[in-house]
Write a protein that binds this ligand. Structure first.
Ligand SMILES: [Zn+2]
Length: 583
């Protein structure tokens, strides 16, 4: 029995010395308590070779039984000893794990003090740099000195094993000096930034209290400006359509093309819309907060999918565009900055949403309600797709780089989708799959500020070029008001449907705490153009308070990743062993 001390609190853990390391059992109660305090989740099942630890960031530390090497995020290292199994228990190199998650074990008075270590990351670009400091405990920096070209910050409660002096000479920073003082139990780390002539530093708000950020500018006179408070979680930056301004429907153009019957509705500003599909194949969309400036229409059409088109002002502030469809046709609803485009497909469809809503203008968005009874699912003969790599699953973390996706209170869709995808990757690897992510960092997959099509095609290419078995795209939803909420699984191709069902079943039975928004057929680019079974999951709504709270919980992100992994397993079974040919 030994005591470890984390932030002043004692936890009893059965850990014994083993070489330069210490050994701990995976199921030790104290060890589990420690992991839960640190927000770390564990993945291991009897008979499995890999043991994974996922931090809240998430950073994934993976050990393999019998192997002294381990991976921590992008770096690999040598553990104090190889993890081993005995009598149903797995024994792990405790100190190696602690260091991998940012703690240095220090012995003091018969106790093991877990001293959080500060990490310093410098990203420079031209004359500017961003300094990101991170610790496994809350990190507060105090400016204690600023003179000449030096500024000094003090961080209480964290230590450092970093090199004392780091010469940078980039982005306005010449050098960084790090000194640790204080005691083992109450360490103090001081960081001195020596700036280039004319450079200045300012504190930046951080996404969470474990980070501290400075922006360095190589240009003007030196000054240290205190940061404004970190963004509070409550105010929603999600823009709402403004019903006050006078918004007009200025034109409605219809055309028949190879893809189907398209209707382009030009709208002069922000407006919300909602559409409905009636059981007799009538379909209409109401644009709210708008007046009709274009001439009303009431016309017969001779398109394969549409027999009539009507455009009217239906109330003081709603314009209705109504179609009579020739059968159960999918109607795509694509809002944009300057209006709404509809496309009624020529072919009949099997499962169709009955209603949906969204907004037009600055923050164009569309959602569809779950498919309900009334439409029969007619399975078509599946195309035979043969994966060239049947062990490979491609995961697509939505958005990234210049495209943040939905945002609220410091949380970005692009960060959440990558987080969930990394957790999912780790779970799938443990189950024997090879996994490739379309992006592993905060980047655009094609290029910054590229077109949506270039960006999405680049993601599709990753899956198609590697001949993957499956493709799963992960997103977070948002809406102009806080009402819509829940989890939706989208599919498009016939061969996607079964995968969507299997994953959605697991999502709804995993007690995620989100509403079941169903399985919806929709022509999302990445689902349509991938050669293999593909789905797109809208995990939850950032714009809804309940969903927003869930998205802030790393335990919830882990649960949803596990549910998706379980659904994939349900659908695809276990991966074939390497070299045993195609399934
Ligand atoms: Zn998205």
């Amino acid at each position: 029995m030994s005591q470890v001390v984390l932030e002043g609190q004692r936890i009893a853990i059965h850990a014994g010395a083993q070489g330069n390391d210490a050994v701990v059992g995976l199921h030790d109660v104290g060890f589990k308590t420690l992991l839960s305090r640190l927000g770390i989740s564990t993945t291991w099942g009897a008979g499995e070779r890999y043991i994974l630890f996922t931090t809240p960031e998430p950073k994934i530390i993976s050990f393999a039984l019998g192997d002294v090497r381990y991976d921590a995020g992008e770096v690999s290292g040598q553990a104090g000893f190889a993890p081993y199994e005995r009598g149903g228990e797995v024994y792990l190199p405790f100190y190696t794990l602690l260091r991998a998650v940012g703690f240095e074990p220090k012995i003091d008075g018969g106790e093991t003090i877990l001293q959080s270590q500060v990490e310093v990351d410098i990203q420079s670009r031209g004359q500017a740099a961003r300094v990101l400091m991170h610790a496994g405990v809350p990190l507060a920096g105090r400016l204690i000195a600023s003179s000449g070209n030096r500024i000094v910050y003090q961080f209480d409660g964290v230590g450092s094993t970093l090199e004392r002096t780091r010469r940078v000479h980039a982005g306005g920073i010449d050098e960084i000096r790090i000194e640790q003082s204080g005691s083992v139990r109450a360490p103090v780390t001081r960081v001195t930034f020596v700036l280039s002539d004319g450079a200045n530093a300012s504190e930046m708000p951080s996404e969470n209290n474990h980070d501290f950020q400075l922006a360095i500018n190589g240009g003007r006179g030196r000054q240290v400006a205190a940061a404004t408070a970190a963004p509070a979680p409550s105010p929603s930056p999600v823009e709402t359509a403004s019903p006050k301004s006078v918004v007009a429907v200025t034109a409605v153009d219809a055309a028949q093309s190879q893809d189907g019957f398209s209707v382009r509705i030009a709208v002069s500003g922000n407006a919300s819309f909602e559409w409905h599909r009636l059981l007799d194949n009538r379909w209409y969309v109401d644009i709210h907060g708008a007046t009709l400036q274009a001439p009303p229409r009431d016309e017969t059409q001779t398109a394969p999918s549409v027999t009539s088109l009507r455009v009217h002002q239906v109330s003081g502030d709603s314009v209705r565009v109504a179609l009579t469809l020739t059968g159960p046709k999918l109607v795509d609803v694509n809002p944009g900055a300057d209006g709404l485009t509809l496309l009624a497909h020529n072919e009949d469809d099997d499962m169709l949403a009955r209603s949906g809503s969204g907004s037009i203008g600055g923050n164009a968005v569309a959602t569809a309600a779950p498919t309900s009874e009334g439409w029969k699912f007619k399975p078509a003969p599946a195309k035979t797709y043969v994966p060239t790599n049947p062990r490979l699953i491609v995961l697509d973390p939505g958005h990234g780089g210049s495209d943040a996706g939905a945002q609220r209170g410091g949380l970005s869709e692009k960060t959440l989708t990558l987080d969930i995808s990394q957790r999912l990757r780790a779970l799938l690897i443990v189950r024997g799959w090879q996994v490739q992510l379309t992006r592993t960092t905060d980047i655009d997959v094609y290029a910054p500020n590229d077109s949506a099509k270039e960006e999405l095609q680049a993601r599709v290419d990753v899956a198609n070029n590697t001949g993957a078995r499956l493709f799963v795209s992960v997103h977070v939803n948002s809406f102009v008001n806080d009402a819509p909420n829940g989890t939706t699984t989208y599919y498009y191709k016939t061969e996607d449907r079964q995968l969507a069902q299997a994953v959605h079943d697991r999502l709804t039975s995993a007690n995620l705490g989100t509403k079941d928004d169903g399985i919806i057929k929709n022509n999302f680019y990445v689902v349509v153009h991938t050669a293999m079974p593909a789905i797109l999951i809208e995990t939850a709504f950032l714009s809804n308070p309940n969903d927003f709270a869930l998205l802030q919980s790393s335990a919830w992100l882990q649960r949803i990743a596990k549910a998706i992994a379980d659904g994939i397993g349900e659908y695809a079974g276990a991966p074939v062993a390497a070299g045993s040919g195609q399934r």
